[in-house]
Design a protein around this ligand. Structure first.
Ligand code: PMV
Length: 334
């Protein structure tokens, strides 16, 4: 088969990955733990075609810009090398949520692209191998191959670039009564991509080393709290991980927040003071993903809706990993 269609979902890291290991291979410097979200999706079709002279990549409604195109072609090149098939590919990919604005579009995008490309090339790979392939383009994408709560280790120091590192599922989607309220702070694309933000943080932040020391500890504690189903501890540790990551980035001048981010953080604190279980998580963009206990969703939504400048709230729940779908991706949802 030279054609495949895959669907993948974004994930939000509860303990954050920020910073890469030195050298080649795109290995994370710290471990991370995420939850894959249902209700938001990337749909991607890949078709290898001997008649094409070059890869034809359309993201959303437009031909891919040079930067994103190069990352897509990089993944296709790895698949071509593995399958010993030089044919170029037609790639069509679209998200049903804002792209490249810190809503983890690269996670679902590269998870769907990896799965569709591997299948379209006829490679008989395990999901771990597909996760490793996705990680080489975007480390967070390795986690979106799996559903529920998912862990990705840090790369071993000095590991050769060809070393495999895949994410692994830790607990199913119904493990915790979690709802994620994504507070959309802008519909515009972000100014600084995550790879660039990490690079600048690691090279310039006076707190880069503090982050690299702290992140694995927060990760271990969060992992324990998750396995013990301690909702409040998971929320508190997730918020601590996100604030520590952004503190290290901010000190290097890497500022992803806008005024809405700060307003929502304030609203969350006010909600907690009223005894509601709501905690913040923020990635490489201004949106706050509010981690809420399922029983508090209505009251928390009400408390967030008045935040000045807030565009809208997307409600998402833990869901399944990436999957192959039938058809060409242009018809009904799978
Ligand atoms: O995988 P990347 O390169 O898009 O980086 C993801 C970084 C964060 O979203 C901020 C954190 C994470 O662990 O997902």
């Amino acid at each position: 088969m030279s054609h495949a269609f895959a669907v993948a979902h974004p994930n939000v890291a509860l303990s954050k990955y920020w910073g890469k290991r030195e050298g080649e291979g795109n290995f994370p410097a710290v471990p991370s733990l995420s939850v894959t979200l249902a209700g938001l999706q990337t749909r991607t079709t890949v078709q290898f075609d001997g008649a094409l002279e070059d890869d034809d990549v359309v993201l959303g409604d437009a031909p891919a810009a040079p930067g994103p195109r190069a990352r897509v072609v990089g993944l296709l090149d790895r698949v071509r090398a593995a399958s010993r098939d030089e044919r170029r590919a037609r790639v069509r990919s679209s998200n049903d949520f804002p792209t490249a604005s810190g809503l983890a579009s690269s996670a679902s995008g590269f998870a769907a692209l990896a799965l569709a490309s591997v299948r379209a090339a006829g490679l008989d790979w395990t999901v771990e191998w597909v996760s490793d392939l996705a990680r080489r383009s975007s480390a967070s994408a390795a986690r979106s191959l799996f559903g529920g709560f998912v862990e990705l280790d840090a790369g071993a120091p000095g590991a050769p670039p060809e070393t495999r590192l895949a994410a692994r599922p830790l607990a199913p989607a119904d493990h915790l009564p979690l709802v994620v309220l994504v507070c959309v702070a802008t519909e515009a694309a972000k100014a600084v991509g995550s790879s660039e933000g990490m690079r600048v943080t690691m090279s310039r932040s006076p707190y880069a080393l503090a982050w690299l020391e702290q992140a694995p500890r927060l990760h271990e504690r969060l992992r324990g709290a998750l396995l013990a189903r301690d909702f409040a501890a998971v929320g508190e540790l997730a918020e601590a991980s996100c604030l520590a990551m952004h503190a290290s980035a901010l000190a290097a001048g890497v500022i992803y927040w806008n005024s809405v981010t700060v307003e929502v953080l304030g609203a969350i604190r006010a909600l907690r003071a009223r005894g509601l279980a709501a905690f913040a998580s923020i990635d490489a963009g201004p949106h706050v993903k509010v981690l809420v206990h399922a029983s508090d969703v209505a009251s928390v939504r009400e408390g967030l809706e008045g935040a000045p400048g807030l565009k809208r709230i997307i409600e998402a729940r833990p869901g399944e990993g990436a999957s192959l779908a039938s058809g060409d991706g242009s018809g009904d949802r799978p």
